[in-house]
Structure formats: C-alpha cells, structure tokens
Design a protein around this ligand. Structure first.
Ligand code: TYD
Length: 225
C-alpha cells in the first residue's frame, strides 16, 4: 500500500506541532505506521540548510535566494525521508511544505508566480500532499503563543517571527487564499479554538478522507488477532 502525505500549514503559533503529535498518536493507536517530519529540515542535510536560513544568514540574498534554499532543503527531505516513508506505506505528517514557500517567499508578489511554480514542479514533482491542513489563527494570538514557547525554551525570535504584525496579517491572507484556491487538497481550520476542538475537527477530516485506510488497518489487526 502506498502511504499518505498530510501537510500542516499556517502562520506562527498556529499549533501545528501539537496537532501533528495528536493526529500521529490517533493513527498509531489504529495500527498505522506514522512518520512525523518538518520543514525546513527533516533530513540531516536539510537540517543544515534550516540553520542557515532561520538564523537569518540568507536574508540579505533576498526572497528568491531564500526560496531556492528552502527548495534545496525540500529536495533532500523528499528523497531521504518523505518518499521512502510513503513507499513503505506510512502516513507522513509534515510540519510545513510547499505552501509555506508560496506564502512566505511569495508574499506581496516578491517572486513571480511562474518562477515559484517552476521551482515546485522540479522539486516536488509528483509528490504532492494528499491533504493539507491549514491552521488559521489571528496573527496577534499566534505570535503571542510562539513568543511564549520561545521564552519557555530560552530562544529568541527567528527570521520570520521577527517580521512585523502587518507581514503576519498578509501571510494569513496568503494561506487563506491558497486554501480557497485548492479545495480538493486543502482544509482551512479555525485554530484559535482550544486544542481539543481543533484536534477533533482534524480527525473528522482525516476519517472522511482516508476512511478506507483506517478500515483496512482495523481489518488487518482483527485478522492478526
Ligand atoms: P519553525 O521554527 O519551524 O516555525 P513554525 O513553528 O512557525 O513552523 O520555522 C520555520 C520558519 O520557516 C517559519 O517562519 C516559516 C519559514 N518557512 C519559509 O519561509 N518558507 C518555507 O518554505 C518553509 C518550509 C518555512
């Protein structure tokens, strides 16, 4: 069985990692193999690019160079982590993917749409997400959540968190536009609500989309006692 590729997108502090962990636990409890990964990063080589980009080292080169670096990281992540996991039949849950490049690097048309699409075509090729959960949260709330988490972990704001509120407002609109333009792939979820509510809605969507995988896993478990 080929696996399923689910990506999580949204602005800062939308709660992606919490929701990924919860969905992963639900799938595993049903006997399904799960691989949790993230971008930028997700493979040893891509993690090295992550350090450079999120540390701000690539900012002076401009958005196109940043998009190319995120894409280089993605190329390796796909080859080293995502495609092998899908080939093994795993549910791959990925924290950010191509929509983050569209939204962040493509914000305010800083990069021509056809250049971004060409990059996607060569890098992502046929490995498009089966489902993309877009967690939507007012940026003020998201940034507060992200700042609280960083303080807890003793870290400073990273490259994009440090942008102003207006940037994050436009980013939210960019994600909402992506979700609206690809309704077959994307589901927009109100993530300002308590995590349990968000988790329940995501589970509803996943059961709806992948009900036959869940049923097959249950049948396999029954057959093996
Ligand atoms: P991360 O610490 O993973 O933050 P978050 O919890 O918000 O996901 O940082 C990832 C940052 O990189 C985030 O600010 C979004 C940005 N990013 C891009 O700008 N383009 C991309 O293609 C990706 C994958 C991430």
């Amino acid at each position: 069985m080929a696996g399923r590729f689910i990506t999580f997108e949204g602005g800062e502090g939308a709660g992606k990692s919490t929701q990924i962990a919860r969905l992963g636990a639900r799938l595993e409890a049903r006997g399904l193999p799960v691989v949790v990964t993230r971008e930028p990063g997700g493979s040893p080589r891509a993690e090295r690019i992550r350090e450079a980009v999120l540390g701000g080292g690539a900012k002076p080169f401009g958005p196109l160079a940043e998009a190319i670096l995120f894409s280089a990281a993605r190329l390796d992540h796909l080859d080293a982590t995502i495609r092998p996991a899908l080939a093994r039949g795993a549910f791959v849950l990925c924290d950010r993917f191509l929509d983050s490049t569209r939204a962040y690097q493509g914000l305010d048309d800083r990069i021509e749409g056809n250049i971004l699409r060409a990059l996607e075509r060569v890098v992502v090729a046929g490995t498009r997400p089966d489902l993309t959960i877009v967690l939507d949260v007012p940026p003020k709330l998201g940034l507060e959540r992200a700042a609280a988490r960083r303080t807890e972990q003793g870290e400073g704001a990273d490259r994009f968190e440090a942008e102003d509120l207006a940037f994050h407002e436009r980013l939210r609109e960019a994600f909402r536009t992506i979700a609206a333009s690809e309704p077959a792939r994307c589901v927009l979820i109100d993530a300002a609500r308590p995590p349990d509510k968000v988790e329940a809605e995501i589970w509803h969507v996943v059961k709806d989309r992948f009900g036959s995988d869940l049923a097959a896993a249950t049948a396999r478990r029954r057959a093996h006692g």
